[in-house]
Ligand binder design. Sequence first.
Ligand code: CDP
Ligand code: MG
Length: 719
Amino acid sequence: AKIRILSNKKATKHRNFDSPKKHRAQMPWVDVEDSPQSKRMQGKRPRLNGHIPNGHSAAIGASPPSNPNPNGTGDTPTRSGKSSSLQEQRRALPIALGREKLIARIRQNDVIVLLGETGSGKTTQVPQYILESGIAGTGMVAVTQPRRVAATSLAARVAAEQTVKVGTTVGYSVRFDERSGPDTRIKYLTDGMIVRELLSDPILSRYSVIIVDEAHERTLRTDLLLASLKGIQKYRSQPSDAKGKGRASLLNPLKIIIMSATLDAEKFSKFFNNAPVEYIQGRQHPVQIFHSAEGQSDYLTSALRVFFQVHTDQGPGDVLIFLPGQDDIESLEKSIQLYANRLPHKSMEVVICPMYAAQAAGQNSKVFNAAPPNTRKCILATNIAETSITIPGVKYVIDTGKCKEKQYLARETGGGFDTLLTRDITKSSANQRAGRAGREGSGLCFRLYTEAAYNNMAVSAEPEIRRCSLTSSVLQLKCLGQDFQELDFMDKPDYDSVVSAYKSLWLLGALNNSKELTPTGRQMAAFPLDPVYARIVLASKEYNCAPEIVEIVSVLSASSKLFVDISDQRDSAAESRRKFRHPTGDHLTILAVVKAYQEIALAENKAGRREWCRRHFLNERALLEARDIRDQLKLTCARFGISFDEGNSALLQPDGVTYKQTMGHTTVKIHPSSALSDRKHPAIIFNELVYTNQVYARGVSSIPKSFFMSIPTLNQRHS
Ligand code: CDP
Ligand code: MG
């Protein structure tokens, strides 16, 4: 292969963000455009390895057009914005040409595996084709996604294409947020939510078609779903008399569509009794790949440099930077903004669009809009932008080579826990990331790692079932009357992880000594929470502290971190948060923050709240997310008679006269009729509040202040 080193002259042409020497040392890229690896990125989509079973394979859709725009302005008909309507955009997608053939295939087969390059239209179009052609009958079409932000943004897009509002014909359901109703026919859900739906509807009777999207990610929930679907499909396809009495005999057979951009198609096909594999011929333009000449120790700084090199050296086209997680995204966003503000006036403007799984619905909508004239979008994304979400306009990809991966750390003593570790990506991810630069025209991909590092990468990731905690899944299956180890999984879970999951559930009282589900276990499964948190919420009923516990658990379950941690301001952050600090530690400190924020929220407008959070180094997004989670949890609590009356307890204030409610915002005095009214008490509980000229607590008893200083421990064992 011809290897060319970019001349240093070119590499150091723009360097208004660092000294030339350092810059030069970091910047020489090795151009490997003729290496076998980069050839794979060019022109036609490569054939997949391995044979395709039963000769069922067929290419659907357009043959790739010769690059319409070799100099790559990044503009294509679908991007020219206002002139092309959504319907025109739909018709221009690669999948559209093979529409009728695809519909016929779906009609003929109970299961198909559908492969197509990211952006070819699988996720948005297939459910609409099914609906429009009547294949779904009166049932619903479910489309599962591993990430909530993909589910919500795809539902928004498809609703727009159908010219309806989200929550009507097209809806979504993600943890702690649902927009669907009686009219919903196409529902985008996270794979976790559909597994949860199994609990109330074990044969998914409301659905005629289940589309398992992004199946290559092999999340634990996807694997669980695939295993369950096999059984459900078998049950629903039995002749109606064999299904026995009642409802089941009215059911249509269930159709299953497995979709992905990169997939071990043969493995999925085999798992579903040699189901046919269909290919959508995508449009992949050549992508020139550059590896860094040396390993990069600080990928954030490298990404910053390369971004500005691209920004100042290269023509129009948006830049997509792959980063491991939200923290890195936020930190790079700040530094890019800082340097962008210092660029000379004639430079293109930079619009930064962060994109990660924890974003709320709609928060990232600007990422899908074309950049205004003379601006360049810089998208900072996690691996969500690898395949789940297609961002138009991208011509340059900067790949840090890192991702965050859930990893289960089993402990010898039992239990164990999931952690998110930053680690090197796989070859399959690296290729997907590079491919994002070539969707609309030829593109460039800068890898912040060496070619040798690429060659050393694992081919693809291990399925989650082999590396994540199984506790919550074991519990959910128990509620369906199934045992984890009896299910037919694509990859068998590790024996130790299964044992560890059963042990955790037994310790939490969800299973009895005979491994049977207890009533507590069934209640735990009803909470969309980690089983440990669900158990704590249930226990809080006995200790009359449900409101407090739910507040804390909500913060712990939010996907963003509450405390903003900026390394060079750690001291001032600690100082400004000192007043929240609780002697017992972090949990009640969290509660103090939540309560303080609730008071601020009553007193201040949006800007005031934001400023308050900034001043205390708190992440308002985490607080808002926690508030939504709390509201959802309250509903589940109500089902189990867990009361949410504001806690009838209060602590003495420094003035020695008034008491402040431990939950709620009211300051009270002890009613003059009370036996306790003549003395100070560090802490009180009371029956009721009465409002006269002043708020009084009536029916008061004194309790030790220490009651508020410890969280009750879970020390019960259920048999
Ligand atoms: O699933 P697949 O990767 O094959 O493609 P898709 O997600 O169905 O996307 C098809 C087209 O819709 C792409 O060109 C996207 O850019 C566009 N799209 C969009 O503009 N806004 C969204 N929220 C989702 C998709
Ligand atoms: Mg898709």
